[in-house]
Design a protein around this ligand. Structure first.
Ligand code: GLA
Length: 380
């Protein structure tokens, strides 16, 4: 008998490059998802086919090794390893994977695949798992494919609720749905530059994470939570050559910038939640722009295309816009009043996409409707 599971991608509204420091973020699930149709097998073989990427097959054991970097089989193996590490290796599956979620766009398609395939393997074996248990194994599973991301993508894919953003905290783990005001709308606009998570973007991502940790250590702090709690009592950043910089003599500019981005972004998330709760669209929009500026100037994870998408969106009547996901290409999230979305879409098409023959509206400029997460949307 064929069964089916799915997991959505996510759009992060605000809180970028801070989940791996244990700080709260505010994404939502997209209506676009990865679906896995499957039949349990009587042996331990895992066989999966995905239209554009071909088929893969391997034996499920408790100690799997990755295959060549960049091969999509690694995502299947990451899921199999995550399940095996907690529940053991079980019956394999014959699976067919389908997706309407663009890859390498900053919408967490690889995490959605790992989440969906993990749910498939659990379901095939009759094993049940809740949010907390899944969050213990999924972010680690991703390290199997070489990225050291935080837990935002898996948490959003699992626990989002329709019509809501999700405030995710990590220490301790919590996921709180925040209803979106009825007249708020979001688009996801591709920069037409691809963010290949398995290539050089991965090293750049890991370098940002490392700079943030080194800054913390050099300041003698145990965590960013502590940094935020101490707030004003820390020696203030000084203005050097027109920009803020931490005063510690042994701190590099990259480390200082990573620290200032992280603490500033964490404060913006809290303010954005308040703005959402009282439907203050003007303030929410400003916070998105401040986040983009910090990602561009301090963390340096934006790209020329992403900056231009943000500018074009603002010139077309958006209230705010920013890069979403890891950056280095990929997508921007664009925020506007629902009633203004057609005008913003039109403006982006004329100002940014005109003259790009590779532009496909259905893939590159999509409505981001807050859909349900995998756990909310299907019985486990
Ligand atoms: C990637 C990671 C996430 C998060 C973002 C940046 O999408 O998978 O965990 O760190 O980058 O906010």
């Amino acid at each position: 008998m064929t069964d089916e599971v799915w997991a959505p991608g996510r759009v992060n509204l605000i809180g970028e490059h801070i989940d791996y420091h244990g700080l709260s973020v505010l994404p939502m699930a997209t209506g676009r998802r990865i679906r896995v149709r499957f039949q349990p097998r009587d042996d331990r073989r895992i066989r999966a086919v995905s239209g554009p990427y071909g088929s893969r097959e391997f034996a499920w054991s408790e100690s799997l090794e990755p295959v060549a970097a960049g091969d999509w089989e690694n995502y299947l193996r990451a899921a199999a390893q995550a399940v095996a590490g907690h529940w053991g290796a079980g019956r394999g599956v014959d699976a067919e994977i389908e997706s309407d979620l663009p890859a390498a766009a900053g919408l967490a398609s690889s995490s959605a695949l790992i989440v969906a395939f993990t749910l498939c393997l659990l379901r095939a074996n009759g094993w049940r798992a809740g949010f907390e248990e899944l969050m213990q194994v999924l972010p680690d599973g991703e390290q199997f494919v070489g990225t050291r991301g935080g837990g935002m993508d898996h948490a959003a894919s699992l626990a989002s609720q329709a019509g809501c953003a999700l405030r995710i905290s990590f220490e301790p783990l919590a996921a709180l749905p925040i209803p979106l005001p009825a007249d708020w709308g979001f688009l996801v606009a591709h920069s037409l530059e691809t963010a290949e998570k398995s290539g050089s973007a991965r090293e750049a991502y890991n370098a940002r994470r490392a700079a943030g940790y080194t800054a913390l250590r050099k300041m003698g702090l145990a965590s960013y939570r502590e940094a935020l709690e101490m707030g004003q009592t820390l020696s203030p950043a000084a203005q050097v050559g027109g920009r803020e910089r931490l005063p510690q003599a042994d701190m590099t500019l990259e480390e200082s910038d990573a620290f200032l981005h992280t603490t500033g972004e964490a404060r913006r998330v809290e303010e954005a939640v308040r703005a959402m709760e009282c439907s203050d669209g003007a303030r929410f929009g400003e916070l998105l722009l401040e986040s983009h500026a910090s990602l561009r100037d301090r963390l340096r994870v934006s790209s020329a295309g992403l900056d231009r998408v943000v500018e074009a969106a603002m010139a077309s009547g958006a209230l705010g816009a920013r890069l979403t996901g890891a950056g280095f290409g990929g997508c921007a999230v664009v925020f506007a009043r629902q009633a203004d979305l057609p005008k913003v879409r039109q403006g982006l098409t004329e100002r940014f996409y005109a003259g790009h023959p590779e532009f496909r509206e259905a893939i590159h400029l999509i409505d981001a409707e807050a859909g349900p997460g995998a756990l909310a949307g299907q019985l486990q």
